[in-house]
Structure formats: structure tokens, C-alpha cells
Write a protein that binds this ligand. Structure first.
Ligand SMILES: [Zn+2]
Ligand SMILES: [Zn+2]
Ligand SMILES: [Zn+2]
Ligand SMILES: [Zn+2]
Ligand SMILES: [Zn+2]
Ligand SMILES: [Zn+2]
Length: 236
């Protein structure tokens, strides 16, 4: 059976991943190691089933004014976007509001409202609106700084001072059902990461390299933005 996906010009077929096979998803850039994926073999184009099935539009509580549109490749000159949820750059699918320049990784757009993490004895809640900057706050899991611009998970019990990065609190979250499509009585998806899970950002890049990359992209983005404004407002 063939499927058509708006982000790819050829039909895709569903492939059941065999033990030992590994692919990289063109939607979220994360590895596909189990279940089924959509593939175009000739282009080596792969999508997680949930990335391929993600809605074209979502109404997201972080940006209630406009629907977020699923964009297959970043529209910025730098070729990357900075996710408003986690603060990391992305080069694949994003949920975006082009009017307000809001961009979310596909996985960040579907973060569960609550998560149970082995490191804390209470449920932690996703905070979408950046908190007022109450001094530098540090993630209780990776000990790195929590940006006041990005989302975090926090315990709401007054006696607990437990706040963590979104990527530290969750393992892979399955997107695909959200907003309008979510049945009223559906219980929120709960991610239960393994005890010995290492945070995904501990990959090959050092935090300094990541920060440098982000700073560079922000600069490029600001320059492109300024240029676009100049072109737009120049009467000649
Ligand atoms: Zn994916
Ligand atoms: Zn193809
Ligand atoms: Zn993100
Ligand atoms: Zn908007
Ligand atoms: Zn962290
Ligand atoms: Zn607590």
C-alpha cells in the first residue's frame, strides 16, 4: 500500500523495522529503531509513523491566537529554526506560526502535560509560559541552567523546588493526537523514562558548541529578519 505525504514528491510505503535495522526520521531527526516507518527507498527518506501522521495544523495552548502549521523544512535563511519550547535548533519538521515566528519541534509540540519521572516522587507539570526570571534556576536532573524563555516541567507542590528541562523530563514522546483530534475522555500521555536514561543533549556536542551554534543561528536569523524588514519598508 502506498501513502502520499505532503513533504515528499514520491509515494511512501510502510516498512516494518527488522531487528538490527536503523533509520533516521526526516521529520524529527531522531532514530527509528522499532515499529513501522514510512519510507521512500530511492531517496532514503524515512518518517516515523507518528511523524508521518502528525496533523497539518494544531491549535496549541502555547500560542492560542493562531493555528500552528506543520512546516517540512525551516523557512529561515539559516536553514534552521530555534524551538521556542526547548531552545534547541531544528532542521526538520516544525510546527510554526509564520506571522509570529513561533517554531516548535514536532516532538516538543506534543509534550505531555504531565510526566512521572523516577527522580521525583510527584507528577511534574509542563509550564508553557516562561516564568518570571527568578534568579538563575538550574535543572534538577542535568544541573544546567534553565532558560526563562523556554518551557520546563515543574512540581506544583509548594514544598518542592523541582524544575527540569523538557528534554530531561521526557523520553521519546509519541506525537500524533492533539487538540481537536483528542477525545474528551482520553487520559494524558505519560512518559516514563528509564532510571538510567541519559539526557538526549549529551550527544556529541559539548554545551559550549551547542550554545555557540544557537547564538550564531540567532544572529543569522536576526540579520535576515532586519534585511526582510528593510526590503519590506523601503519605498524605492
Ligand atoms: Zn520522527
Ligand atoms: Zn522519494
Ligand atoms: Zn524543541
Ligand atoms: Zn501567531
Ligand atoms: Zn536538564
Ligand atoms: Zn514534588
Amino acid at each position: 500500500m502506498e501513502y502520499k505525504h505532503f513533504s515528499h514528491q514520491h509515494p511512501l510505503i510502510l516498512h516494518k523495522i527488522q531487528p538490527g535495522e536503523q533509520f533516521q526520521c526526516n521529520g524529527c531527526n531522531l532514530p527509528c529503531v522499532k515499529d513501522s516507518i514510512f519510507t521512500c527507498w530511492s531517496c532514503k527518506f524515512f518518517l516515523h509513523e507518528h511523524c508521518g501522521n502528525a496533523n497539518r495544523y494544531v491549535k496549541h495552548p502555547s500560542h492560542p491566537t493562531h493555528p500552528l502549521v506543520l512546516v517540512p523544512i525551516p523557512t529561515y535563511c539559516s536553514g534552521a529554526f530555534i524551538c521556542d519550547a526547548c531552545g534547541s535548533p531544528g532542521t526538520a519538521f516544525s510546527y510554526s506560526c509564520p506571522l509570529c515566528e513561533v517554531d516548535l519541534h514536532i516532538n516538543c509540540a506534543f509534550l505531555p502535560p504531565t510526566v512521572i519521572h523516577n527522580a521525583h516522587h510527584h507528577e511534574v507539570h509542563l509550564g508553557l509560559t516562561p516564568e518570571k526570571p527568578h534568579s538563575p534556576d538550574f535543572c534538577k536532573l542535568c544541573r544546567k541552567e534553565l532558560s526563562c524563555k523556554n518551557w520546563s516541567y515543574a512540581c506544583e507542590k509548594p514544598e518542592c523546588d523541582f524544575r527540569v528541562h523538557t528534554f530531561c523530563a521526557t523520553s521519546e514522546v509519541k506525537p500524533g493526537f492533539y487538540g481537536d483530534n483528542q477525545p474528551e475522555n482520553q487520559t494524558p500521555a505519560v512518559a516514563r523514562p528509564a532510571a538510567n536514561q541519559t539526557p538526549p543533549q549529551e550527544a556529541e556536542l559539548t554545551p559550549e558548541e551547542i550554545m555557540l551554534g544557537i547564538a550564531q543561528m540567532r544572529m543569522e536569523y536576526n540579520m535576515a529578519h532586519a534585511l526582510a524588514n528593510m526590503i519590506a519598508y523601503n519605498p524605492y
